[in-house]
Design a protein around this ligand. Structure first.
Ligand code: NI
Ligand code: MN
Length: 229
């Protein structure tokens, strides 16, 4: 089966690849962009980019309900075990490290962003993910500013880049165009916008700028929309 990515609004994505189901940054219950709740999710792996509420709020609920393995930076997976998630259901990583999972390869990328668990626990750095799924590479920048080393990430050859465009908490539309120039993906999708007034953006206007200024094809989804790789 082809790999399919579904945007649940904000920074939350579900991914189906082969026989595996993943969820990235499970923010569901208080996410105004989706009606999907933690009880509706089927996942055997959860990817978590950092500890902020708007990414990790439903992490423990989803992991507990599904029995999924949590993949993220070591400090977060360690925090998960203190919330009662079994030690064999977490896989700690760190920035720059990669690992071959049953569904594909995960490499943690840097992100320029703060990170703490939403309960106040200090937990190291925020990250992004470069995924290799069924021979295709998907880069989730997650919450980050623009940074020059995106050029290095782009050197790996990216089929789809998912970039925040919301501004205020992450890079905004103009910097996401510059990021696309550095990453050189075949396709680029916006995320982390439109959830609340401070991050309202015109994604179609952004897509027009992507077409003008880069070689990438923009893919603008409505929440609930799916991209096939
Ligand atoms: Ni954040
Ligand atoms: Mn965020």
């Amino acid at each position: 089966m082809a790999t399919e990515l579904t945007w649940l609004g904000h920074g939350t994505w579900t991914i189906r690849t082969g026989e595996h189901s993943l969820i990235l940054d499970p923010f569901l219950t208080d996410n105004p962009s989706t009606d999907v709740g933690p009880d509706d999710v089927a996942a055997d792996f959860v990817l978590i980019s950092h500890g902020h509420f708007d990414h990790a709020a439903d992490l423990v609920a989803v992991a507990t309900k599904t029995g999924a393995t949590v993949i993220g930076i070591y400090e977060i997976t360690d925090w998960c075990t203190k919330q009662g998630i079994a030690a064999d259901k977490v896989h700690g990583m760190n920035i720059g490290g990669g690992f071959d999972f049953p569904f594909g390869r995960v490499k943690m990328t840097p992100a320029v962003h703060s990170s703490a668990m939403f309960d106040g626990t200090a937990i190291g750095a925020a990250g992004g993910f470069l995924l290799e799924l069924d021979g295709k590479r998907v880069y989730f920048a997650c919450d980050t500013a623009l940074f020059g080393d995106m050029t290095l990430i782009g050197d790996e050859g990216i089929d789809l880049a998912v970039l925040p465009i919301g501004d205020n908490f992450t890079m905004g539309p103009a910097d996401a165009v510059r990021a696309t120039t550095m990453l050189r993906p075949t396709r680029v999708a916006p995320a982390h916008y439109g959830t609340w007034p401070p991050i309202a953006q015109d994604a179609d206007a952004w897509a027009a700028r992507i077409r003008e200024a880069t070689d990438a094809e923009p893919v603008v989804l409505a929440p609930g929309g799916t991209i096939a790789l």
